[in-house]
Design a protein around this ligand. Structure first.
Ligand SMILES: Nc1ncnc2c1ncn2[C@@H]1O[C@H](COP(=O)(O)OP(=O)(O)OP(=O)(O)O)[C@@H](O)[C@H]1O
Length: 269
């Protein structure tokens, strides 16, 4: 099994790095309202790895995901995605990069209700002006277990089935990296497990990369490694995670962050 294997500089040893963040800093607001969401994060996600990003609420997970995916612009630092530096790209070029090289999976599925499963899955290809290869699309729909449902609309499907449509839609363009934001947040435990197993197996088979933000130690245990954030900084990494080892690390991190915030509050009195 592959792991992210970040070295001390946050770059990856071995295989190509699909996503690289260098000294990424993101500051929201100004003056008294300034919030440092990311305080200079350097990390690489190697090709073919499945990484979960965890941390207490407000630690910067979504900001990291959005900066890495080119959905948000860092205040400083740089992001390289599939060999291309995002910095300075025009909005049009960024849109093409996102469309062709990145797949997204969100907690809320984001399917179009008027379209069938097949049409939802082929939408990214249509948007890119690419003619869907019917056999390939059917293979992906079969892979996510929805062959019998391909003419159904999202409203006729369960939550787990809808998320499997979203996975098929994310896989169909064969993106270099899939960013998933709480992909199982709306699913029951068993469905969540099936969806994550499917996601992991799909990308391992094709050598794609997944970066997944989650609050759930069980979800994180499906990844090859877990990267922890606290107060906008990297706070360690766990390889071959289990639900227990992740939960333990999260408890330690929560205590550490609470103690640090208390010290700051006491210090400022
Ligand atoms: N648009 C924004 N404007 C101002 N502050 C923001 C904005 N987006 C995020 N923040 C702040 O940046 C910090 C990091 O937010 P972020 O959403 O990345 O954290 P998170 O770890 O994903 O949190 P959660 O687990 O609660 O979703 C938080 O303090 C948040 O309040």
């Amino acid at each position: 099994m592959t792991t992210t294997q970040h070295n001390q500089n946050g770059t990856n040893a071995g295989a190509a790095t699909t996503v690289q963040l260098d000294q990424v800093r993101k500051v929201y607001g100004k003056g008294d309202n300034e919030v440092v969401a990311l305080g200079g994060v350097t990390i690489g996600f190697r090709q073919g790895t499945f990484t979960a990003v965890m941390g207490p609420s407000g630690s910067g997970k979504s900001t990291l995901l959005h900066c890495a995916a080119g959905l948000d612009t860092p205040t400083s630092g740089s992001v390289t995605l599939a060999g291309q530096k995002i910095e300075g790209l025009s909005e049009a070029k960024l849109t093409i990069l996102r469309r062709d090289r990145i797949g997204f999976i969100f907690q809320s599925f984001n399917l179009l209700p008027a379209l069938t499963v097949y049409q939802n899955v082929t939408l990214p290809l249509q948007l890119a002006g690419r003619k869907p290869n019917k056999a390939e699309v059917n293979r992906i729909i079969q892979q996510v277990g929805l062959a019998e449902r391909k003419n159904h609309r999202p409203g006729q499907l369960s939550g787990g089935q809808q998320q499997r449509v979203a996975i098929a839609r994310a896989l169909v363009t064969r993106p270099a990296v899939i960013f998933a934001d709480e992909p199982t947040g709306a699913l029951d435990t068993r469905t969540a497990r099936d969806v994550l197993t499917l996601l992991g197996n799909s990308v391992r088979a094709t050598g794609q990369t997944i970066v997944m933000v989650t609050h759930d130690p069980v979800a994180a245990s499906h990844a090859d490694s877990v990267v922890f954030l606290a107060d906008g900084q990297l706070a360690g990494e766990l390889h071959n995670p289990t639900p227990e080892s992740v939960a333990e690390r999260m408890t330690q991190l929560g205590n550490f962050v609470a103690a640090r915030r208390n010290n700051v509050a006491v210090g400022s009195n």
